[in-house]
Ligand binder design. Structure first.
Ligand code: ADP
Ligand code: MG
Length: 195
């Protein structure tokens, strides 16, 4: 069970890392998308941080659902509903099976894939989220999980985008890191830093 203090620290860590890397995310999205991923993420996580006290006062599962709802309302773009689905599903799964984090994460990533009609290997955030879910299931250490996330980001460079705006570029998407993969790794690193 995550405590209220941990939840608050988590929200602050997530918004801090997104703010610190907003320009980088925007640059990545400018190369193969429309250059709004940094602004989208910052808007969303700033909005979550603005309600950090109210959200962290809720039980863990409800807090995760509240974060998901806020992200759906504020991030926009393709990534908003997808990150919203990730947090909403984490909250729903933890309501049903408290403390089963590996199963909740696996189901949440599957829910993102269903929502995005996407799969692993298509140069999206899923290229990070699936390896991370697997590492969590395998009970890897936090440092290993963070390393898995960063390696997974790097691996998106050589892939061709099959989903999202970058897919419009076809082969020209090859040679660039996927912005959503990078933001996912940043979120994973922030979570690992707090829990
Ligand atoms: P938009 O593409 O609408 O401008 P963002 O720039 O905020 O939205 O987010 C782009 C990121 O969203 C991509 O880098 C990719 O990781 C992710 N993404 C886009 N479409 C999908 C999808 N169908 N499934 C999974 N992830 C996706
Ligand atoms: Mg974009």
């Amino acid at each position: 069970m995550i405590t209220s203090a941990q939840l608050k620290a988590l929200i602050e860590a997530l918004s801090a890392t997104v703010a610190a890397h907003a320009a980088e995310l925007t640059d990545l999205d400018s190369a193969i998308g429309d250059g709004d991923h940094g602004a989208n993420m910052k808007r969303g996580f700033d909005a979550v941080a603005g309600e950090a006290d109210a959200i962290s006062a809720k039980p863990e599962a409800e807090a995760l659902k509240a974060i998901g709802t806020k992200l759906v309302m504020t991030v926009g773009g393709a990534s908003g509903p997808l990150y919203g689905t990730l947090f909403l599903t984490l909250g729903k799964e933890l309501t049903v099976s408290p403390d089963d984090y590996p199963a909740a994460l696996r189901r949440a990533v599957d829910a993102v894939a269903a929502r995005g009609k996407s799969a692993y290997g298509q140069k999206t955030m899923l290229d990070v989220l699936y390896p991370v879910a697997e590492a969590v299931e395998a009970n890897k250490s936090k440092a290993e999980i963070v390393a898995v996330a960063h390696d997974a980001v790097a691996a998106t460079r050589d892939r061709k985008a099959i989903r999202g705006r970058a897919s419009f570029l076809g082969d020209r998407s090859i040679g660039h890191i996927d912005p959503g993969a990078r933001s996912s790794a940043l979120l994973v690193e922030a979570v690992a830093g707090v829990l």
